[in-house]
Ligand binder design. Structure first.
Ligand SMILES: Nc1ncnc2c1ncn2[C@@H]1O[C@H](COP(=O)(O)OP(=O)(O)OP(=O)(O)O)[C@@H](O)[C@H]1O
Length: 217
């Protein structure tokens, strides 16, 4: 993968245009923050990216997380790697996880501070714990590109940094919709500001300050 391009993309809901026409190119190894006020079109743009780039190995961390509440944390994370294994293996793992998968997933949970919840049902977790499980699942997926919608919205301070560091280390190429502009500037190379469904700003993060981004809000 060298670069990924969206050309003249649009999104309509019930006949009303909410995004575009918009062009955006993402280079390999580039981490982009999507910022903008609520309803600007960040989630819509991420879902268009997913539709266009799924075949290029995009991992998605959706805003609503998409965990299976009745399954354990382990199994929710394991699901990130389902496509790498044959069906018989996945079924056997559901009944009795293999040691090598436990050994691969445990360090990830330890890094994100949720190893003690490995065998708890995902439905019993707090919002911040659930978000870390979804992050672990996205990391375990090991795609070429991460598309994450507000990946640390339920976490604050050091935990938000921990998760951002783990996600960006696992995915050198990523698009992350973020509300925390300070965190966005620290963990990405480029900021794309969305306002009313259009690109209102597209600059390298190092050239921007938090103040520069406030115009979008
Ligand atoms: N399913 C839907 N049906 C109708 N309109 C929708 C739907 N989903 C989103 N929209 C509209 O599309 C626009 C963009 O929404 P979107 O969720 O992409 O914004 P966002 O920037 O991700 O917001 P937030 O930061 O609150 O998640 C909004 O005006 C929203 O009301």
């Amino acid at each position: 993968m060298t670069s990924l391009a969206l050309t003249d993309v649009v999104a309509n809901y019930g006949g009303a245009r909410v995004l575009g026409p918009l062009n955006l190119t993402l280079a390999h190894g580039e981490r982009v923050a999507l910022v903008g006020r609520s309803g600007a079109g960040k989630s819509t743009l991420l879902s268009i990216m997913q539709q266009h780039w799924q075949a290029s190995g995009a991992a998605l961390m959706p805003q609503e997380l998409g965990l299976v509440p009745s399954l354990s944390v382990f199994h929710n994370v394991y699901m990130g790697g389902l496509a790498r294994r044959p069906s018989w293996y996945n079924l056997a793992s559901l009944v009795r996880p293999f040691r090598r998968d436990i050994d691969a997933i445990t360090p990830l949970l330890e890094r994100l501070g949720i190893a003690d919840k490995c065998w708890a049902a995902a439905g019993e977790l707090s919002g911040g714990q659930s978000q870390r499980v979804a992050a672990a699942r996205a990391i375990y997926q090991q795609g070429d590109l991460l598309l994450a919608d507000e990946p640390v919205s339920a976490l604050d301070g050091p935990l938000a940094e921990l998760v951002m560091a783990a996600l960006t280390e696992a995915y050198p190429t990523a698009v992350l919709a973020m509300h925390d502009v300070e965190l966005a500037l620290r963990f990405t190379d480029r900021v794309v500001g969305i306002a009313d469904g259009a690109i209102a700003l597209d600059e390298p993060s190092r050239r921007l300050s938090v103040q520069d981004l406030l115009v979008l809000y």
